[in-house]
Design a protein around this ligand. Structure first.
Ligand SMILES: NC(=O)c1ccc[n+]([C@@H]2O[C@H](COP(=O)([O-])OP(=O)(O)OC[C@H]3O[C@@H](n4cnc5c(N)ncnc54)[C@H](OP(=O)(O)O)[C@@H]3O)[C@@H](O)[C@H]2O)c1
Length: 207
């Protein structure tokens, strides 16, 4: 088996950053009017602390959790908060667990749940990811690139502001040939959310 060449990898990336036609820009709401938000990755490290901050702002937080049902999902959330010694400091009354998976169409939610959620939320905090710096792109792709597309679809359906969390560099270009679509300014965060700015006429992006 041979490794892909740089141009093959660049071509694959170029295809992957092309947004589907159903992902469009829209007018984002005034953040001050938002009372319900959607959070992914709440069973992870970053998500636990994001959840704490969002609850501290008095928001209702709909958390996407991989679990067989909402009760099992809440248990997973609680276990994770306990792990970071946050559980005892938080009131989870404003937490709503939605079961699903970011790699699946409609994030794995039934259509009715998805539509209802889209009608409620004004902001999305997306921190779910497969975090592994040693593995290869094709094994990360579904949980990162494809999932980002699904999250963008929800942002469009909801007309919601999107905060997308990612990490460091994905792929360092050669000195004279940066991957197409990337900024020319060198820096470790250059490819952070490489694909999201294209849809960001309105949704905001944060790294
Ligand atoms: N940790 C840091 O210091 C740091 C710094 C900068 C940036 N970041 C970035 O922040 C993001 C989160 O990092 P982290 O450290 O919090 O990672 P983490 O602890 O591994 O958490 C990952 C989260 O993503 C969820 N997830 C993974 N695949 C999913 C799927 N298919 N559907 C739904 N949820 C899924 C996990 O759910 P399960 O519990 O079900 O697996 C978990 O809640 C990453 O993009 C990372 O690169 C992290």
């Amino acid at each position: 088996m041979t490794s892909p060449t740089l141009s093959e990898v660049t071509e694959e990336f170029t295809d992957d950053i092309r947004l589907h036609e159903d992902i469009t820009g829209f007018a984002a709401p005034d953040p001050h009017t938002v009372s319900e938000v959607f959070l992914t990755g709440a069973t992870g490290f970053l998500g636990a602390f994001l959840l704490r901050q969002l609850l501290a702002h008095g928001l209702t937080v709909h958390c996407l959790v991989r679990a067989p049902d909402a009760d099992a999902g809440l248990k997973r959330l609680e276990e994770n908060l306990r792990r970071y010694e946050l559980l005892d400091t938080l009131d989870l009354d404003a937490v709503r667990v939605v079961t699903g998976d970011v790699t699946r169409p409609r994030l794995g939610m039934p259509e009715e749940t998805y539509t209802e959620l889209a009608g409620r939320i004004g902001t999305i905090y997306h921190s779910a990811a497969k975090v592994n710096f040693l593995t290869i792109y094709k094994w990360l792709r579904r949980a990162t690139v494809d999932a980002t597309h699904e999250i963008l679809r929800l942002a469009c359906a909801a007309g919601a502001i999107l905060h997308h969390t990612s990490t460091t560099a994905v792929f360092e270009p050669t000195a004279d040939q940066p991957p197409r679509g990337s900024s020319t300014r060198p820096g470790r965060r250059r490819h952070c959310n490489w694909d999201t700015p294209r849809a960001s006429g309105s949704p905001s992006n944060s790294c």
